[in-house]
Design a protein around this ligand. Structure first.
Ligand code: ADP
Length: 542
């Protein structure tokens, strides 16, 4: 027997309809790529998104077609997402920070028919255009007055293109499992992989994010995603903010400390989200200029582990609550956040901070477990670490154009590639990525734990730990350091004395090298594949 409730498909446009009906005047404030601040609201953005749908349809775009965006966070990008999905096409966000060849590869693999791009990216795309096999038209996200001569195929200014539609249009209707978005992982191992979100997964994920112990947005919030919409679905904020009726503030192309500070102050942002680097840059700016951010009350920090000193400074000096979050492109992306469970009340300040450094607990819709290499469940005691696996309605089950390759285990769990512990209260802590963990004598050593401890050594700017081959133990840790300008580098003995009370004795590195620079990925993570390649023949002296 089925329930007797209405069949109301979970479609992206329902979110924008709700925002426009219930919160029509709620603002969307953007720093435009052209320069000045731009103000609009949910009512107007909905009308323009309908015109995007209408205009795309007139260009022959159909259900299932991919429309790529190479764009900063602005109102136009938000309209594009809803306009594209409004006729059942997919927004395909492209990360401009990838290598140009990788961008071309991704656009070709996706088969995107249209590319919407910001003015910033015209030179990049002029260089790549001859290689882009499927793009029929380039829409530059600006008006006619700002459009330069580009030489790109069928190039048109977005505003001119949009003006050709009157908005007398209705959203298309289709199954809620229809694909809505496509985002490629950064491909640090092999070719990038396409993750395909559905309307249903996007809506369920945004509802999950809006639970009070997850991101928990509300009508009174003034939300600024600094995290770009091209990075893992913009952490759901372009969907969860309108769903909640929150004011949306979009920082455009300027993401340096001074610009982020300026927009927080001018637009009275009280909630924001970004990777740790952004929050470090803002701290440096405030310390250098002796300024504050008094409107800001909550920040989500994720994408990489958030170091405890950052959390402590924001919370104690600036009164901003830090929500440490973990997730990945394949998870739409939010997987866990720090939750103030009653079980942890009464912790002293130091213990509470240590707990916040963990990656946290999943919201409803995310299930997780840790297993050994054979797939056997491991205990939740905060000490044993294993492969972290996840399951839920907004988690990938296959990759685009690789639908035949199974990626889930027999119980339907997805292996995140992270290695983690889970404690008795359900708090997960990432100890490594599985390909980075050091397997010494059959036991695992966490490279992240060694790196986090090593950066506490005076004068160390950055630390990376990779495995080097060892005939007896199979692998042993090699520590690679970058020193701050003018600082004296420690030798192995000095470092190991420093680390002795911080990690297990058998974890201590067997060798240490100092370099000028450690390579990073396009999303700011240490590029361990490159380090392993560079140091593949490295053996400890003597
Ligand atoms: P990529 O950078 O590989 O394209 P994602 O942006 O999807 O992919 O990153 C996902 C990975 O980032 C996770 O599997 C995890 O290793 C890392 N990550 C994300 N958030 C955190 C966090 N808060 N702490 C530690 N690692 C994190």
């Amino acid at each position: 027997m089925f329930g007797l409730m209405q069949d109301w498909p979970l479609l992206m446009h329902k979110v924008l309809d709700h925002a426009a009906i219930q919160h029509p005047g709620r603002e969307i404030i953007s720093r435009s790529v052209e320069g000045p601040f731009h103000h609009t609201n949910y009512h107007d953005v909905r009308l323009r998104a309908l015109r995007v749908s209408q205009r795309l349809q007139r260009d022959g775009i159909k259900l299932g077609d991919r429309i790529a965006t190479l764009a900063w966070n602005t109102w136009r990008h938000v309209e594009a997402w809803y306009g594209i999905t409004g006729i059942g096409a997919l927004y395909h966000t492209v990360n401009p920070r990838l290598f140009p060849d990788q961008i071309a590869w991704i656009l070709n693999h996706a088969g995107s028919r249209v590319l919407m791009l910001d003015l910033t990216f015209i030179p990049l795309i002029q260089q790549l255009a001859p290689k882009l096999e499927h793009i029929e038209r380039f829409i530059i996200l600006t008006d006619g007055a700002h459009l330069p001569e580009t030489g790109l195929r069928n190039a048109v200014a977005y505003e001119d293109w949009l003006a050709e539609a009157d908005g007398d249009f209705a959203w298309a209707s289709f199954d809620e499992r229809t694909a809505a978005g496509l985002c490629y992982t950064s491909g640090t191992t092999g070719d990038p992989k396409g993750v395909v979100y559905s309307h249903r997964s996007n809506i369920l994920h945004a509802l999950a994010c809006n639970q009070v112990d997850c991101l928990g947005l509300g009508v009174a919030d003034r939300v600024m995603p600094v995290v770009p919409m091209f990075h893992a679905n913009g952490w759901s904020l372009p969907i969860s903010a309108p769903m909640a009726g929150a004011t949306l503030i979009l920082p455009g192309a300027k993401l340096d400390g001074a610009s982020v500070h300026e927009i927080i102050t001018l637009a009275r942002v009280n909630f924001s989200a970004a990777v740790p680097t952004v929050w470090m840059m803002l701290l440096q700016h405030m310390e250098a200029t002796n300024t504050r951010i008094d409107t800001l009350k909550r920040v989500v920090i994720g994408g990489s582990a958030c170091p405890a000193p950052i959390t402590q400074t924001y919370q104690e000096k600036y009164g901003v609550r830090v929500i440490h979050a973990w997730g990945m492109t394949e998870m739409s992306p939010v997987g866990t956040t720090y939750q103030r469970k009653p079980e942890i009340s009464g912790l002293d300040a130091e213990a509470a901070l240590a707990l916040q450094a963990k990656q946290g607990c999943p919201p409803f819709t995310v299930e997780m477990k840790i297993t050994d290499d054979e797939g056997r469940d491991l205990p939740w005691n905060g000490e044993v670490f294993g492969r972290l696996k996840v399951r839920g309605p907004a988690i990938a089950r296959n990759y685009f154009r690789h639908e035949d390759e199974a990626v889930l285990d027999e119980d339907g769990f997805f292996d995140t590639g992270d290695v983690a512990t889970i404690d008795a209260n359900g708090f997960m802590e990432v100890t490594d990525r599985s390909k980075d963990v050091i397997k010494s004598g059959g036991e695992w050593i966490s490279s992240i734990a060694l790196e986090n401890a090593a950066v506490g050594y005076p004068g160390v700017a950055e630390a990376a730990v990779v495995a080097m081959h060892d005939p007896k133990w199979d692998e042993r840790p090699l520590m690679i350091l970058v020193m701050k300008p003018g600082a004296a580098a420690p030798d192995l003995a000095a470092m190991n004395t420093f680390l002795a009370d911080k990690v297990a004795k058998w974890w201590l590195p067997d060798d240490l090298v100092v370099v000028d620079e450690i390579p990073h990925t396009a999303t700011g993570k240490i590029l361990k594949t490159k380090l392993r390649e560079t140091f593949k023949d490295h053996r400890p002296k003597g």
